[in-house]
Design a protein around this ligand. Structure first.
Ligand code: EZ4
Ligand code: CO
Length: 402
């Protein structure tokens, strides 16, 4: 069996997605997500110019060998562009293998070890009252786990608070939008939100919060400590993890569970955090971390240290990533939660898929493969539109993390 073609499809049904389709001489094909928000065309070039030519003629069944070929063969290791391109190939090859085996992908990965995949949704609003109204709405949709983000008094905008409640897309500018940030104002506002939320709904639903890398370790420690009475499921990206050792300081001060890793692309980004048990949830995702072949190594390592997974699942990861992730999540022992931001109707139509939502859980479907396809004709109706993620400045004008 041979790979005869690799096709990169760029489409923008409301936001940009990059998809790889690998076609074999036996007619079977596989689909992989290659979307890297705000840097999409770099991955397109990486695939078209440097990966696809090396794939033609190879046996698509040799997934591990092809992974090693692309990773070691590049000489230049890691990095989000490289690892997203490898991930797309890997996802497509697992899709092909599962189709050949006539099995849903999760069966190939060892079969189900839970009934469904618990997901969390994003309740947000400009005021606490607004956000609590959204919390209600998510609970009535059946969600068991809900992330809360709210506006910060005195700041015009902040991460995670969206104009359109259901479909948050932060890449909103033809050039990067400039936001203003104040840690002091933010730190005052978050505990109030969670105090009000627990007063309103009690301790039934899991509540989560994303700091989006905006605090220093000692500020993050203070926030974690102040949130302890409200028993969060997790506090996400409390500080940047460029220095994994930073998490030692946070850990010394708080029992609020910590999650990190949506911007990671390698097991080496996670190693210290996992082995020193500095985190509770690892957020790496298939599309940005080298696909199933690499993410399952990360999950296996994490399992040794009682760290669970909480894969990134924002709307900038296409339904292809979501379908593949659900097959992965349902088959690993140390799954924690899956992020689930709903895609728009236009996106769902471009990517026909078989996963379903019920009572706060997503279920992968039963058709062979990972269960997600792309409608190329429809995709062609939505041409690429340049879009950047915002940048962030402190009130004095200096750059900070967005
Ligand atoms: O800002 O995926 O937890 N989710 C997040 C996301 C990220 C986007 C960036 O492209 O932090 O909303
Ligand atoms: Co996040």
């Amino acid at each position: 069996m041979k790979i005869i073609e690799g096709k990169v499809i760029v489409t923008c049904p409301g936001r940009n997605f990059v998809t790889l389709k690998i076609i074999t001489d036996e007619g079977v094909y596989g689909i992989g997500d290659a979307t890297l928000n705000g840097r999409e065309l770099s991955v397109v070039s990486y695939l078209e110019d440097h990966v696809i030519p090396c794939l033609i003629g190879r046996d698509p069944q040799q997934i591990e060998d092809i992974w090693q070929y692309l990773y070691r063969g590049a000489y230049w290791r890691r990095g989000p562009v490289t690892m997203s391109a490898i991930a797309a190939v890997d996802m497509a090859l697992w899709d092909i293998k599962a189709k050949l085996a006539k099995m849903p992908l999760y069966q190939l990965l060892g079969g189900r070890c839970r009934e469904g995949v618990m997901v969390y949704g994003h309740a947000n609003g400009t005021t606490i009252d607004d956000t609590l109204g959204e919390l209600d709405r998510y609970m009535s949709m059946g969600y068991k786990a809900i992330r809360l983000q709210t506006g910060v008094p005195g700041l015009k905008s902040t991460y995670g608070v969206s104009g359109d409640k259901m479909y948050y897309e932060p890449a909103d500018g033809d050039l990067p939008t400039e936001n203003v940030w104040s840690t002091e104002k933010y730190l005052d506002s978050v505990p109030k939100l969670f105090e009000r939320a627990r007063e309103k709904v009690g301790f039934g639903p899991h509540l989560l919060h994303d700091v989006h890398h905006r605090l220093t370790p000692i500020e993050a420690a203070r926030l974690g400590k102040s949130l302890e009475p409200y028993r969060l499921f997790w506090l996400e990206d409390a500080t940047v993890a460029d220095n994994p050792e930073s998490f030692r300081l946070i850990r010394q001060h708080t029992t609020t569970p910590l999650a990190v890793g949506e911007v990671f692309n390698s097991i080496h980004d996670c190693r210290t955090l996992i082995q020193e048990q500095l985190i509770d949830y690892i957020r790496c995702t298939l599309v940005h971390t080298g696909g199933i072949t690499h993410l399952r190594r990360i999950a296996s390592l994490a399992d040794l240290y009682q760290v669970r997974t909480g894969c990134h699942g924002a709307t900038d990861l296409s339904p292809v990533s979501m379908g593949a992730a659900l097959n992965f999540d349902i088959s690993i022992p140390n799954f924690g939660v899956q992020e689930y931001m709903r895609h728009t109707k236009e996106t769902d139509e471009v990517f026909p898929h078989n996963y379903t939502f019920k009572n706060g859980y997503l279920m992968p479907g039963e058709t062979p493969g990972h269960g997600v396809d792309i409608d190329e004709k429809l995709a062609a109706k939505y041409p690429y539109k340049r879009a950047f993620l915002p940048v962030n400045r402190l009130e004095d004008g200096s750059m900070t993390n967005w």
